[in-house]
Write a protein that binds this ligand. Structure first.
Ligand SMILES: Cc1cc2nc3c(=O)[nH]c(=O)nc-3n(C[C@H](O)[C@H](O)[C@H](O)COP(=O)(O)OP(=O)(O)OC[C@H]3O[C@@H](n4cnc5c(N)ncnc54)[C@H](O)[C@@H]3O)c2cc1C
Length: 467
């Protein structure tokens, strides 16, 4: 008898789970993927003139192996490109400041680094100085702790908000006061527990000598990864049901297979199910299976927008180097009585040289945070106008009203709050034994490598229950 596995999700986690299942050589597995409303999920791209570029994730951390391995396994390794720029800027005190090297996710490791940032407030520098020479004692509870609690107690509000939060919070579009150190920044928790100066304790050991690019991407865009993976999976015998939205997941005690997955016009019996979904669809499909799944599905997600400008190269003065600019929260916007909506800027065609053209540059602006929903009150046109004026303030020379693409990402970035790891473990323990496996960026880390790793992990755990 065949074993029916239904994978729900059309992002990289679902693709990786399906791929892993095909590597066993078992011909008794019947694998179906319902890709849902958005093939590729958080990976989407577009083409303007002859340039194919990403509208969401545009590359991945290369020191983690999962994404590179998956791309190589798919036979797409020839398309890997290395990042071509390094360094970044932070907008502080009305000026662009080069971010010194050697910091760990925005946490400084030496006072010299801070002296090299002229826009940093004296209060922030004082906080670092005190940590270095008169470190505060910190009594931490066992278990997870908010990143903000560690940073505020060891440093103070200024350093936390001016320098560290823009970098650390930006990855999740979250706030350091909410994000849990155990899942988002475990080195910080270890360093805080070590006592003494946090700057000293977080300093990584002398380089292992490892070389290689910090980030990589695909020449054909990261947005091409999932569609191509699904094409390859079809050749490996997997049934890909593009656009099929799962509407219900049912236990069926009386039937020969323990689950049924409905779409609006089909019912598929399943022996095992992989759910590679964000919190909201997870709750809709599987919240009824167990209270721990419902609790995990209540994880809030940040909605963000990416505004990409195609600007005539002669009309803009960007910093001479670097991959982009970070913008701290509460940065005053001169044209309104408000703070910036933009949180970061990426120089896309510097990072990925195959996108570079002599005539124009690609500047992508990240907007919105978990506690800043202003983007939802703007139309695309108004958002583009607003961000345009923020870029004019940031760069000084900026052509107003150039070609722009607005991409919205609704409920896109799950917030790993304090205790998230326990929520995930409890949900998995509740439903995995009966055949429901959980994968994707809600579980094992936000980011392409983590999501791919999570998909493969779910498949391996599923296979282990079959053998
Ligand atoms: C704006 C943005 C920028 C990012 N930038 C980076 C970056 O530069 N580098 C990096 O490494 N990571 C980045 N990330 C994170 C990275 O993109 C994700 O970790 C990864 O793509 C998540 O993949 P996933 O498969 O877990 O989830 P998703 O990509 O969210 O996929 C979920 C899938 O579920 C499907 N679905 C939903 N409901 C149903 C249903 N009822 N039935 C069937 N299917 C359904 C959707 O169609 C979708 O395909 C970024 C994320 C965002 C949102």
């Amino acid at each position: 008898m065949t074993t029916s596995v239904v994978i729900v999700g059309g992002g990289v986690a679902a693709a990786a789970a399906a791929y892993e299942l095909t590597t066993t050589g078992r011909d008794d597995l019947r694998i179906q993927v319902l890709t849902g409303p958005s093939l590729g999920g958080a990976l989407q791209s577009t083409t303007v003139d002859d340039r194919h570029f990403d509208l969401g994730a545009d590359g991945f951390l290369a020191k983690r192996p999962e994404a590179r391995d998956f791309i190589n396994d798919l036979g797409l390794g020839d398309e890997l490109v290395d990042i071509a720029a390094s360094g970044a800027w932070i907008y502080l005190d009305g000026q662009l400041n080069a971010i010194p090297t050697g910091m760990v996710l925005g946490v400084p490791t030496s006072l010299d680094q801070l002296r090299a940032i002229p826009g940093l407030s004296r209060a922030a520098t004082r906080e670092a100085w005190r940590d270095r020479f008169f470190p505060r004692r910190l009594k931490l509870p066992t278990g997870d702790v908010a990143i903000g609690e560690i940073l505020r107690q060891k440093f103070g509000d200024h350093l936390t908000h001016e320098l560290i939060e823009p970098m650390l919070g930006g990855i999740h579009a979250g706030r350091v006061d909410d994000l849990g150190a155990a899942t988002v920044f475990p080195q910080l928790l270890t360093a805080a527990r070590a006592g003494g100066s946090l700057m000293a304790a977080i300093t990584p050991p002398a380089s292992s000598g490892a070389t290689g690019p910090a980030f990589q991407s695909l020449r054909g865009t990261m947005g091409s990864l999932a569609p191509r993976a699904f094409d390859i999976l079809e050749q490996r015998g997997v049934t890909i049901r593009r656009g099929a939205v799962a509407t219900k997941l049912r236990r069926t005690a009386a039937a020969s297979r323990p689950f049924e997955v409905d779409t609006h016009d089909t019912t598929t019996p399943a022996d095992a199910v992989v759910l590679a979904l964000g919190p909201r669809p997870l709750g809709h499909l599987a919240g009824h299976l167990h209270a721990d799944v419902a609790r995990l599905a209540a994880t809030p997600s940040a909605s963000v927008a990416m505004v990409t400008f195609i600007v005539a190269a002669a009309d803009v003065t960007l910093p001479e180097s670097g991959t982009g600019v970070l913008i701290p929260l509460q940065t005053a916007h001169q044209e309104s009585s408000d703070s910036f909506i933009s949180t970061a800027v990426t120089f896309l065609d510097r990072k990925w040289p195959h996108l570079a053209r002599a005539s124009s540059v690609l500047v992508r602006v990240h907007c919105g945070r978990i506690d800043d929903a202003r983007i939802s009150t703007f139309s695309d046109e108004d958002l583009a106008r607003r961000v345009d004026s923020e870029m004019a303030q940031l760069f000084g020379t900026w052509p107003r009203g150039t070609s722009v693409i607005v991409q919205r990402w609704s409920d896109a970035l799950p917030q790993y709050r304090v205790g998230h790891g326990e929520l995930v473990a409890a949900a998995r323990a509740a439903v995995q034994p009966e055949g429901v496996f959980l994968a994707g960026m809600l579980y094992d880390g936000v980011g392409i490598p983590a999501s791919i790793g999570s998909g493969r992990r779910a498949a391996r755990e599923l296979l282990a229950t079959l053998s």
